[in-house]
Design a protein around this ligand. Structure first.
Ligand SMILES: *[C@@H]1O[C@H](CO)[C@@H](O)[C@H](O)[C@H]1NC(C)=O
Length: 471
């Protein structure tokens, strides 16, 4: 008896501790365990959010992402190795399988550690391109930190991302709108524009470019990419909503940049403190599914008629054409440690499609005040079923960058009117002339028959006529 209770308690404890929606087992792949202390603030921030950190060297014998076909970790933080490769337990195929198995990966790059070929080819698979020069880093002569990099201009200062795309939510901004991020000695990426799953989180300032400091020539002939072409941090959310984030500069996560004071060239007044710590929190939280995670609660549809009296059946299998129906769906958004009501970003709407092959209706769902609680928003809409019978589905297909995807469908049959459901002829005003026509004809005929029957026959008038006939 005691064992199951203890087990239950353990399970409960596990649930309480896992603050991410995707679990709390985090593997940190770091080659030199001695370097670990440089990032201690970041580790303790992660631990305070409920993660179990497991540090492993990529060369470790016992490092494995899968055991008996199951994931051993929920998330992986990959730090670039100093040596050439990542070893046999972190091949691109295994990493890809990890993502396909709903695991999340945060990959950090560094310009002083050559990116392993395995990583380069994994990134190519995602349409993320790295400079062919393995030592290339991002420099900016107008937006660098004058305190730490007055010579080399390789600590780029970027404003924290305000809006990622029109309408998208701002997960990655710092507390105040003009927070500055320090991006020291990082590697820029170029994102292919083929993939709709790929989005930059942070772009380089327009005067930045990618440059190899080992290159001795005076001028940069043919830079890998310049300005806004360069993504400093980018994100990919796979079709299964697993997340893969590339952070161009591992140094960004170091303790010394979390509270460093920086100053841009020509900036008047005080030095400012970087917003790196908040950014690192938001970035890891997004990658490991603590924010931007959507959940579908109750999905309901029913006939409008009789709904106020509670007389209708919920989620019936069959509807009749032209009946009025209401559809509602409950949506929540995870916000670090609890489910909150979900509101789409400005200028965006959650839509319902009622479709058979193609949508007959595509309607914006509106939040209903009565069904909205502290943990979810109830979206509803009402419409008239189209005059077309067949197999239809209610579908909510909401796929936006930086939110996990929603695709909910409910199938229903739409039938004809039954023979006794048509309105009676006298209920149709357009039929009145025809009905009147029939009754006028009937009445006319009766009148004629009556006239015929009750009219006396014509009497013969006299002998003169008879005589004429006999002649
Ligand atoms: C529901 O919302 C409340 C208030 O925001 C929060 O304290 C609670 O943890 C939430 N419940 C869940 C299951 O997320």
């Amino acid at each position: 008896m005691q064992l199951p209770v203890a087990f239950l308690l353990l399970c409960l404890l596990g649930i309480v501790q896992a603050l991410s929606t995707a679990g709390n087992r985090l593997l940190v792949v770091i080659e030199e365990l001695a370097d670990k202390d440089k990032y201690s603030t970041f580790w303790s921030d992660l631990e305070s959010r409920g993660y179990n950190l497991d540090f492993e060297s990529p060369k470790s014998e016992k490092l494995t992402l899968f055991q008996h076909g199951e994931r051993v970790y929920d998330h992986v933080l990959l730090l670039p190795p100093k040596s050439k490769g990542l070893g046999p337990s972190l091949t691109p195929k295994i990493l890809m399988d990890f993502i396909n198995g709903d695991g999340n990966i945060l990959l950090a790059l560094a310009s002083d550690a050559p990116t392993p070929t395995a990583i380069v080819s994994l990134l190519l698979e995602f349409d993320i391109h790295l400079p062919s020069d393995r030592n290339a880093l991002v420099v900016d002569h107008f937006n660098h930190d004058t305190i730490s990099a007055s010579d080399k201009h390789d600590v780029v200062l970027v404003p924290a991302p305000k809006a990622l795309r029109p309408g998208a939510k701002n997960f990655f901004a710092g507390q105040s709108p003009d927070t500055t991020l320090a991006f020291p000695r990082g590697m820029g990426q170029v994102l292919g524009n083929e993939s709709p799953l790929l989005h930059p989180i942070l772009r380089a300032p327009s005067s930045a470019y990618s440059y190899n400091p080992k290159d001795q020539s005076e001028t940069v002939e043919d830079p890998f990419a310049v300005g806004q072409q360069l993504a400093l941090v980018s994100a990919l959310q796979a079709r299964n909503s697993a997340r893969f984030t590339v952070l161009g500069s591992l140094e960004m996560l170091e303790n010394k940049w979390f509270d460093a004071k920086v100053k841009a060239p020509g900036a008047s007044g005080e030095k400012t403190t970087t917003g790196n710590r908040d950014f690192a929190k938001a970035l890891s939280a997004w990658t490991f599914q603590e924010i931007g995670v959507l959940k579908v609660g109750n999905v309901e549809h029913h006939l409008n008629e009789g709904a106020d009296q509670g007389l209708v059946e919920l989620n019936p299998k069959i509807y009749r054409i032209k009946s009025d129906v209401t559809f509602s769906i409950e949506l929540s958004e995870y916000n670090y440690d609890h489910w909150a009501p979900f509101t789409p970003p400005a200028k965006d709407a959650v839509q319902l499609e009622f479709s058979m092959l193609s949508p007959f209706h595509r309607l914006a769902l509106t939040p209903s005040s009565s069904g909205t609680s502290s943990n979810s928003t109830l979206y509803t809409t009402s419409f008239t079923v189209p005059d077309q019978h067949g197999i239809f589905k209610f579908e909510v297909n909401y796929k936006r960058p930086f939110f996990t995807y929603i695709d909910e469908t409910r199938e229903v049959t739409v039938r004809h009117y039954a023979h006794d459901e048509w309105p009676r002829s006298f209920a149709i005003s357009g039929a009145w002339t025809w009905i009147a026509g029939i009754w006028v004809t009937v009445a006319g005929w009766l009148a004629f028959v009556a006239l015929w029957l009750w009219s006396a026959p014509v009497r013969s008038s006299g002998p003169a006529d008879k005589a004429k006939k006999t002649q």
